[in-house]
Design a protein around this ligand. Structure first.
Ligand SMILES: *Cc1c(COP(=O)(O)O)cnc(C)c1O
Length: 355
């Protein structure tokens, strides 16, 4: 079979999505399925839909467009707050978008009026992670401005933690979001349909909190695909952590020195590499590299060490195993590796039948 390829166990993804949906639903939280890590792959999107998920979210409008064109039956939410240069595509392809800038919301309103549609807005609130979001002190002012606009409907508020600053979702910030939701509802007599508390990093908070308070929505990517929470990357009980496997092929296998010889300058990435002399070692080259995947996110399923990579080659120390040319090796992927492998046009996407 051709390599490099990523093997995708749809049955495991569906299983994970169903378990997570049931878990979060049991305390009144609905889940949105996030497709950005799988590059908006329509087959995987349909797998999420078959698990009972109704809203799919992606950070790229091009991925949303791809899923719509493939006739994936869902409501689509744009995760990354819209680029001002892209607002016309946003109202055309996304039903809902996360937002934090009134200038952008104004434009969404203008374009939605032109198309004679209503575009739904979830306003993001900054609660400490310092990526997107309106500061809580500016919130009432922003809401007031949004409510004056036609063509857009404020359907909720949300926050995003543990992405940039690594801030943990906890009693305090989730309590703050709930309190903010209530104050907006009171002040503007506006029921908020979505109070969207975060992402896969909210798992620990969710299972330990006495009350989820007003949080009724969560946006999940990584925990569906990789079966883990994302604060410590611990597996979530009952989920598969091996829904994706990356396969690469040996193109050279020889015993060679462990130390390069000659004068050492920069390598392909501009670093000056350092090596330890272990004498001659079993080395193999795999036909996969930086154009295919974030190599640092790979874990081999057999006992070998990854020594390094350039654009098209992965060099490994195969230790006790003598690998033949043509032999396939399997790797587990972390989030960065999954995202890059699914995005790379060089990596074949191979769907495995449902189990
Ligand atoms: C990527 C993203 C998510 C999903 O995060 P996971 O850790 O994959 O669950 C949720 N919300 C926003 C705004 C995102 O950008």
């Amino acid at each position: 079979m051709p390599t490099p390829r990523i093997e995708i166990h749809l049955g495991k993804i569906i299983h994970n999505a169903k378990i997570l949906k049931k878990l979060y639903n049991s305390r009144g939280i609905d889940i949105v399925g996030v497709t950005k890590a799988v590059c908006g792959n329509p087959i995987i999107a349909n797998a999420l839909i078959s698990s009972g998920i109704k809203i799919l979210a992606d950070s790229r409008i091009s991925n949303i467009k791809k899923m719509r064109n493939a006739n994936v039956k869902a409501q689509f939410l744009l995760l990354r707050t819209p680029l001002l240069s892209q607002v016309s595509e946003v109202v055309k392809y996304a039903d809902i978008s996360l937002n934090s800038e009134i200038l952008v919301i104004n434009q969404l309103s203008t374009l939605a009026i032109e198309l004679n549609i209503t575009h739904k807005i979830i306003l993001m609130v900054e609660l400490g992670d310092l990526r997107e979001g309106v500061l809580p002190t500016d919130l009432a002012y922003t809401v007031k401005k949004i409510l004056k606009l036609k063509g857009v409907e404020l359907v909720g508020i949300g926050t995003n933690l543990a992405c940039f600053g690594g801030v943990k979702p906890d009693e305090r910030n989730m309590g703050d979001l709930s309190a903010i939701a209530e104050s907006i509802e009171d002040k503007f007599k506006l029921p908020l349909k979505f109070i969207s508390g975060g992402n896969s990093a909210n798992y620990d908070w969710f299972i330990s909190t006495k009350s989820v308070q007003r949080i009724n929505n969560i946006r999940l990517g990584e925990s569906i695909y990789l079966g883990c929470e994302t604060l410590h990357r611990n597996p979530i009980p009952g989920l598969f952590t091996d829904a994706f496997t990356l396969i690469a092929e040996v193109i050279e296998s020889k015993t060679k020195p462990s130390m390069p010889y000659g004068e050492i300058c920069q390598d392909a990435s501009g670093n000056t590499p350092e090596f330890q002399d272990q004498g001659p070692i079993r080395r193999a080259i795999l036909g996969i590299g930086l154009q295919d995947v974030v190599v640092s996110g790979l874990t081999s399923l057999i006992d070998i060490d990854i020594l390094g990579a350039s654009s098209d080659h992965l060099v490994v120390h195969t230790k006790k195993t003598a690998l033949k040319v043509g032999k396939e090796l399997a790797f587990q992927l972390n989030y960065a590796a999954l995202l890059s492998a699914m995005t790379s046009p060089y990596v074949i996407k191979k769907m495995l039948p449902n189990r």
